[in-house]
Ligand binder design. Sequence first.
Ligand code: F6R
Length: 611
Amino acid sequence: MCGIVAYAGPGDTTAILLEGLRRLEYRGYDSAGVAVAARRKIKRVRVVGRVEELTDPVGADLTGSYPAGIAHTRWASHGPATTANCHPHTDGSGRIAIAHNGILDNAEQLRAEITAAGGVLTSDTDSEVLAHLIAAQLEAGAESLVAATSAALDRVRGTYGVVVLDAREPDTIVAARHGSPVVIGVGDGEMFIASDPAAIAHHTRKVVYLDDGELATVTAGDYATITRDSRRTIKAPVELTAAAEGYELDGYPDFMTREMHAQPEAMRRALAGRLDPRWGTTRLDGILLDARELRSLRRVTIFGCGSAYYAAEAGALLIEQLARIPAEAQPASELRYRNPVVDSDTLYIAVSQSGETADTLVAVEELQRKGARVIGCVNVVGSSIGRACGQGMFLHAGPEVSVASTKAVTNMTLSFAMLAVLLGRIRDLSPADGARLVAGLEKLPAQVEQILADDEHIAQIARTYANASRMFFLGQVRGWPVAREGAQKLKEISYIHAEAYPGSELKHGPLALIDESMPSVVVIPDDDVLERNLSTIEQIAARGGPVIAVTSAELPKSAPITHMIRVPHNSPELDPILLTIPLQMFAYHTAVALGRDVDKPRNLAKSVTVA
Ligand code: F6R
């Protein structure tokens, strides 16, 4: 989604901004731009396309040294991807430039007012009004850029993370946040601002996160934060965590490969210090509820979007099975609109890699408004969802760049497994079962290594079916969220239509679609529904459909399977974590065979910060 980078300092401003934009590319965007203040005028360069296409015009037009600058990658929301719609936007006189993330709900009304007052708007965007409103406040005598920005923001309804540059005060940047993240990077005699620490983590590890309703005035040597009602806030920088490192390919062909192969290490990080073999339980110190409070829970509701929602489904199942507490998963994008009935005995868990997904964040806020107890299961420390929840389980997956989520999703399910063991042991899960699961959790990273080593075999199967135009992903009970995630991965990066179904539902309708051209990937854990899965395979094979079985079980030789992908067996409860890995690899190799841009699939963004 849209990204902001800004810089104030003695360095090469345009080069620093362009490098920052490059590091935000993974979030997805369709156009980009840079603005600096030069001789009492804003100079800017904007392009539709990739950041690399911006490099030449920026080099040509923005040479020289500038004390500060702002830059943006845009994902079209109001108005198509055109140069005129690219940020940074300026006011009519070219004094003010802004880069904005978020959506202004009353933009139409403000645009009409600006036009009626003789202002000329040059884009279709909602954001452009901000530049005009801030300039008008300065013209009307606002005492500072931050005061003008605050007064302008009083006029808007909606969400924003915004940076502002004033050509008459060329060494200052003002930033403000409401619903869209802004982080200040504190350097040595230089300052960075970004919507995502990834853009600035290579410069500094000391950061200040703006809170909603906060503004900052930033110069090379200092930053000052205030609230919208002009109260000074004192914020010391905090240390950036590992989640902002590692945005390089390090010899891998793409980030998805790098991230799939980072899974064993990411899992070990997530497990570190959390397993308690002696008591057959786990320790999750980020959850600030004691054993009595955890024991009094009567329900668990987990919510997230996309792959995070499928991980939530796997998590709900684990909690229900191991702790015997009714648990369910909900898409956050639905939950937020459902006017949910909040129950004080329910634990709500928001799950998100980025911690910035707008639908999930709004669902958290809506639930909290109703008095719900919401904890986070989030990868990015310091993210909006992590901070809104204030407690929970961090995923420790490290930075994830590829749009298709792999290691973060694996660590989501892993975290839910740890939580399920913890909740189980507080209730009726026996010490022996607890110990078995703790041992199983410990074994998982090495088993994932084994699966990753099966790469060429999985690649061959993927190439065999790469020209299929549609595929089924089938699974039952524990295999069902795995099948959903497998279908999601395939469709998002290969663009093949993939549909997930619970295996036993096949005969209630979708069986009509089965023929030789419809491959089915059947997910088969080694558990008590093995017979049902074998029956599903028989039904498909009887109609001529190819079957790709992905299994941790020893299947009978007679089973009519066209291709088999074996994963090691762990425990029935934990096998789904292993079964997900080959489906990532299958999707990846299919996408590569079709020549897709695996890290940046069309129409998708890494972090969906608009609702
Ligand atoms: C799938 C994918 C998306 C995200 C979803 C939620 O590979 O990446 O479906 O899972 O947009 O994102 P987060 O986890 O950042 O909230």
